[in-house]
Design a binder for this molecule. Structure first.
Ligand SMILES: Nc1ncnc2c1ncn2[C@@H]1O[C@H](COP(=O)(O)OP(=O)(O)OP(=O)(O)O)[C@@H](O)[C@H]1O
Ligand SMILES: [Mg+2]
Length: 590
């Protein structure tokens, strides 16, 4: 079934190239039979008969056969390489396109290294089997049949003696194949672990250095590599075992034919030419036979890869657009965001428990609470990166699950806590594929105070941000992320610690830009620094996944609650001194 899927989806469209390749392979394979057949007239009619004119003719025919074989072999190999590359590229592109539709949960369960291995390793392994199979049936089977034909034509009894041992091979080959399959699976897994270690190491290089765990990490890597080597060697041994077995059988066959046939030639019942021709044919038989024997192993390995590719294609995102998306019942400008008894958990770990609150349309609502309270998770729920296990989230009077997913996400601009960047230019990081309106871009850059640091960048707006934005400082990344949000210009704004990495002065300026931006937009702000949420129209206090209080700053301060405690902690006299001084506490790194 797996093979049928593979054939239909990826191979069938390449059939013309494969058929031409197949014919050329048959030509290449048949050439071997022709050569061994020519050996007999060469000896009997030319050398032994002393026929001078025929020497050139036979030589030219042998020459022509070799040239034909060269051309057929070259073209055929190119065609096969082409098909294999194209099929593997098709699978890779489809895989990535499909993976991008999968939920964030998928990416939490599968680390980047593993996924990279799926995309880089498996498609090639699966596509490689196409050329192996076609060469086996085109070239090798034709060679085998033509060579055996020549051998049988010369003496069927010799032929039988020569290949008498072949049936003995069946069982060992089957066993070896099973080993190949198991080892290929183990090799691919080990290889994924190596890729994974590498990606973790290089991403976390500074953590490695600061904790001086270079040696520890080197050892871990060496372990992963040695496991990979181990499995690769075992797979290679299993693969190498098959041709070795073939040679043993060949040895037995030759022993029989040489002793039996040798006497016949001395007695004069067979010619030297017949024997030479037979000997050539049988010697050449074992190579295609070996390759035909290896094809089963190749399929075992390819099936492992195909299975894993197929498994990924079978995965469906749980978070999708509804078949018939609803329209918002009221204009987005008047649509409150409302959580109704929302619960969410990661596995068995409840993260949001029965949370309800309303973020009024066009107003600013702040989410405050201790680290781990579930604030960022609420943003994930609003944008449907995750869906609640229970309860619902309404935009106006429409459940967000009933809206088209692209439309829904198009309503939001999100500045995330980690201000994710790509290794592209600052411009590309802000535009993210949207059309550039230079005037709007310049306004966004100014408002987010990106302009301030552009002059210090080697190529201004076209400087690269480095791998995951590492060429920018935390605060610079944050400003780029804010510019991105400003440019998107959407009705809803989600700011998760958007200014936490800025120095006090920049923060004050960017904050005022954000406040201007949030006018008339439904805005949700997460901030640990309560000074930034003081002016919010409404403050929602979260604690351990629950909404424990809500109100304005003044009403919450008046109550003896978590908010007042948080506020006191931040604005105790000592703290205030520090904040009013050089403001070191304000420059909290991300
Ligand atoms: N991918 C995840 N898998 C498992 N648990 C998670 C995952 N993401 C978050 N959590 C858990 O969910 C809880 C809430 O996380 P969340 O990021 O919403 O907290 P937060 O209020 O934003 O905290 P902070 O102020 O530190 O950003 C935490 O206890 C965290 O351990
Ligand atoms: Mg958070």
């Amino acid at each position: 079934m797996l093979v049928r899927w593979f054939w239909k989806r990826y191979v069938r469209s390449r059939l013309p190239a494969l058929m031409i390749g197949f014919l050329l392979m048959a030509l290449e394979g048949g050439a071997l039979g022709a050569l061994s057949y020519l050996v007999r007239p060469l000896f009997d009619n030319v050398f032994i008969a002393g026929n001078r004119q025929a020497v050139l003719v036979v030589a030219l025919i042998v020459f022509a056969v070799f040239i034909a074989r060269a051309i057929a072999g070259f073209t055929q190999r190119m065609l096969m390489a082409l098909v294999a590359r194209k099929v593997s590229a098709d699978i890779q592109c489809d895989l990535v396109a499909h993976m991008l539709t999968l939920d964030s949960r998928f990416y939490q369960e599968n680390s980047p290294g593993i996924l990279m291995e799926r995309v880089l390793g498996d498609p090639g392994a699966a596509a490689g089997v196409i050329s192996t199979t076609f060469s086996a049936f085109g070239r090798d089977l034709v060679a085998l049949v033509s060579l055996l034909g020549v051998a049988l034509y010369i003496d069927w009894l010799w032929t039988l003696i020569a290949i008498a041992g072949a049936p003995l091979l069946v069982l060992p080959i089957l066993l070896l194949q099973r080993l190949v399959r198991n080892m290929s699976r183990a090799t691919l897994n080990a290889s994924a672990r190596v890729t994974n270690r590498l990606s973790e190491l290089f991403h976390g290089i500074n953590t490695v250095k600061l904790n001086t765990i270079e040696e520890h990490e080197s050892r871990r890597f060496a372990n992963a590599v040695s496991r990979l080597v181990d499995y690769t060697l075992r797979a290679a041994a299993a693969n190498a075992g098959i041709p070795a077995l073939m040679d043993v059988i060949a040895a037995i066959g030759f022993l029989g034919v040489l002793t039996y046939g040798g006497y016949q030639i001395i007695d004069g019942s067979k010619t030297v030419g017949e024997f030479m021709s037979f000997f050539t044919a049988i010697s050449l038989v074992f190579e295609p036979l070996r390759r035909l024997g290896a094809i089963a192993g190749a399929w075992q390995a390819a099936l492992v890869s195909l299975e894993r590719i197929y498994d990924i294609f079978q995965m469906r995102p749980a978070i999708t657009s509804p078949a018939r998306p609803a329209q918002l019942g009221i204009p987005i400008g008047q649509a409150d965001i409302r959580l109704e008894n929302v619960s969410f958990s990661y596995g068995s770990q409840p993260v949001i428990e029965n949370a309800s609150f309303t973020a009024p349309a066009g107003r600013t609502t702040a989410l405050v609470g201790a680290s781990g309270a579930g604030k960022s998770t609420v943003f994930g729920l609003l944008t449907r990166l995750i869906d609640p296990d229970d309860g619902r989230i309404l935009l106006g009077d429409t459940d967000i699950r009933n809206l088209d997913l692209r439309t829904l996400r198009g309503l939001f601009s999100v500045v995330t806590q980690d201000a994710q960047m790509f290794d592209e230019t600052i411009r590309d990081n802000i535009l993210l594929g949207s059309e550039a309106d230079e005037a709007a871009l310049a306004r966004a850059l100014d408002a987010a105070h990106v302009t301030d640091f552009l002059s210090s960048q080697p190529e201004g707006l076209d400087s690269r941000a480095g791998p995951r934005g590492s060429a920018l400082s935390g605060g610079q990344r944050q400003r780029v992320a804010i510019a991105r949000a400003l440019l998107r210009d959407t009705p809803i704004l989600l700011l998760d610690e958007a200014t936490s990495a800025l120095d006090a002065r920049s923060e004050a300026i960017v904050q005022s830009a954000l406040e201007r931006l949030s006018e008339g937009r439904t805005t949700l702000v997460i901030a640990h620094r309560l000074s930034t949420v003081r002016n919010a129209d409404k403050i929602v206090v979260m604690d351990q996944g629950r909404v424990v209080d809500e109100g304005t700053h003044d009403t919450l301060i008046a109550r003896e609650g978590i908010y007042r405690n948080l506020y006191r902690l931040q604005f105790s006299p000592k703290r205030e001194e520090r904040e009013n001084g050089a403001a070191p506490g304000a420059n909290r790194a991300d």
